[in-house]
Every structure is written in C-alpha cells, then in structure tokens.
Ligand binder design. Structure first.
Ligand code: AVI
Length: 315
C-alpha cells in the first residue's frame, strides 16, 4: 500500500510537483510524459533524434526536404504558419526555405527561455518574417492571436500526436482545426511496422532512451529533492501489439520510497511507473481519425520503407 506520511506543501495539480504526487499516488503509478522536457530532457531527446535506431527524425526530415516544393504549393503564398510544440525549430526551416513569401510564424512551446533563444536565432536568418512566439501548453485549450496572414497553416511534426491516447489525439486535432480558422495542418505521423524496428528505436544500444526516461526521476531529485535512487529503477519499453503502441515504464528494482511534495511514496519491488505511450498508426487509420476530427485528408507522403508519414489535412 502507498504510505502517506507527510502532508505539508501541496503544489497545484498542474505543476511538476503536484502532477508527480498525484500520478505516483495512483494505482498503477504514472507520470505525464510532458514532464520529460526540462533542459536536460530536451537535450536527451535531441540525442535520441540522432540515434541510429531512432529512424523517425531523419526519415521525416528527408520527406520534408524531398516534398518541400509540393507542400509549399499546398500551403500557398502569404500564409501564417503556426507550429504546435516548436522545439529546436529545425524542421520549420525546411518549410520556410520553400515558402519565401510566408507572412508570419507563430511557434508555440511550453519552455519560454528555450523558445525565446531559438526564435532569436531564427530571426537572424529570416529577417522579413514576422515572428510571434507564444509560450503556452498547446495541449490545453488556448486562444491564438487574431490571424495576420492570408491564411493560416498548422505544422505539427515529429509524431508527437502519437504521445496522446487516440481519444485525446482526436480532441487535440479538433481543437487545432478550430485554431487554424479554415487553414490546413501538416502533421508527421509514425507508422505501424515490424515490432523489432520499433523495439530497437525505444531500447537503443547506447542507453540514451533509458537516460531520457530516468530523467523524470533525476528531475524530481534536482527540483524537489525527491531522493530517487536512479540505479534502483530500470527502463522498460515494450511494444503493445494489440494497442499498436510503444509503452514506456520505469520499473522499481527493489522496495523503496521517495518524498514528493510532502508525501512519502512507496514503490514495491517490480512495481512499474507508466511514463509514456507512443502510438503508431496505419496511413488509413490516421486519415480516418483526421476525418473524424473534421479535416479533409489530402496529400500523404511516406518513405520507401513506409517507416513514417507526413499528412496534409485541409479544414
Ligand atoms: C516526442 N515523441 C514523438 C517521441 C516518441 O517517439 O514518442 C518521444 C520519445 N520517447 C522515447 N523516445 C522518443
């Protein structure tokens, strides 16, 4: 049983401390995957993207490069591009290079300092582009500023949609469609494939994904003095064939406890903390979901090995 010993500070439920306390008090235990991305976690994610086993980033970048002209023609001149969860702003450069007449760019990201820094670098290379960075959690309801461009186009690369449960992904797509005010959405979606390829991508030989997963505990130690023994947990990332998703867990290797936001949380030996799902779609399955969200699925691009897909969805 999870012991409750101290009940002093109770942080808001939407803070890291509050979410961690709430998620680790559940049975089974969980930690929302959005907490991976502090500065250490973001750097580890960048390292994952460069791993030989993690085919997603290089496949998506190659698709964007190969089809940039066609994509630009679909987006059209004078558009305002909204990027959901902007990150390092590398993929957007491929689009912007193909869209010299783009009017404005609105990157939305939860990490303010990081966003300001990458936008500053982008401004140097695209001096004619109006930049309107928005520090916000795009997974929550959010009102975007009034449209400035001829039309709006959304950009949601990286298959981040896969990190939402299908019902939540559907709600997110519906909300994005409203925010785009009649504009289309360009979205990257990872595909169902040989489970061995998927398993390798989330269980890399260098152990970077394991370090990324354990960064949740390291972050709790840094920010909350939780006292986690990182060696006392194992990274475990199986492919759930029925649900077509990679599931990530931190498995406690012994009986242990940690202090989170005033509560002593107990972990049994062998107990798993669920940290992430990464859903994989078929092309038709994703197009069906997009249609249920109110989009009209149009062009789709994929690589020869059918590892990854990019979809253009019209409103
Ligand atoms: C950000 N997201 C799409 C990544 C994924 O593949 O689901 C996060 C990740 N987790 C482990 N490796 C990468």
């Amino acid at each position: 049983m999870d012991a409750v010993q101290f009940r002093s500070p109770q942080s808001p439920p939407d803070s890291f401390a509050g979410s961690l306390r709430e998620g680790l008090s559940k049975a089974p235990k969980e930690i929302p995957c959005k907490y991976f991305y502090d500065s250490e976690g973001s750097a580890l994610f960048e390292a994952i993207c460069a791993l030989p086993e993690y085919y997603q980033t290089r496949t998506e970048v190659a698709l964007l490069r190969r089809h940039a002209g066609e994509i630009a023609a679909l987006i059209g001149d004078g558009a305002e591009i909204v990027e959901f969860g902007a990150g390092a702003l590398r993929k957007i450069r491929i689009l912007l290079d193909a869209l010299p007449a783009a009017q404005a760019y609105l990157p939305i990201d939860i990490s303010g300092n990081y966003l300001r820094e990458v936008v500053r670098l982008l401004a140097v290379d695209y001096p004619a582009l109006a930049l309107h960075p928005l520090v916000a959690d795009f997974t929550l309801p959010l009102t975007l500023p009034a449209r400035t461009g001829a039309r709006r186009a959304g950009f949601f690369p990286g298959s981040t949609i896969g990190n939402f449960r299908p019902q939540d992904a559907l709600c997110l797509l519906r909300r994005m469609r409203e925010q785009l005010q009649g504009g289309g959405l360009l979205i990257g979606v990872d595909l169902v494939k040989d489970p061995a390829i998927l398993h390798a991508a989330y269980n890399d030989a260098a152990g970077v994904t394991g370090a990324f997963n354990k960064n949740l505990l390291a972050r709790a130690n840094r920010e909350l003095a939780a006292g986690f023994d990182l060696d006392g947990f194992a990274h475990y990332a199986p492919f759930n064939v029925k649900a077509q998703r990679i599931e990530m867990y931190l498995v406690s290797l012994k009986r242990q406890s940690a202090l989170i936001d005033g509560e002593m949380i107990e972990f049994a030996a062998g107990e798993a903390v669920h940290t992430e799902d990464s859903h994989k779609y078929t092309i038709d399955g994703f197009r069906e979901m997009a249609a249920r969200a109110g989009f009209r699925p149009r062009a789709v691009w994929t690589d020869d090995a059918r590892l990854f897909s990019i979809h253009w969805l019209e409103s």
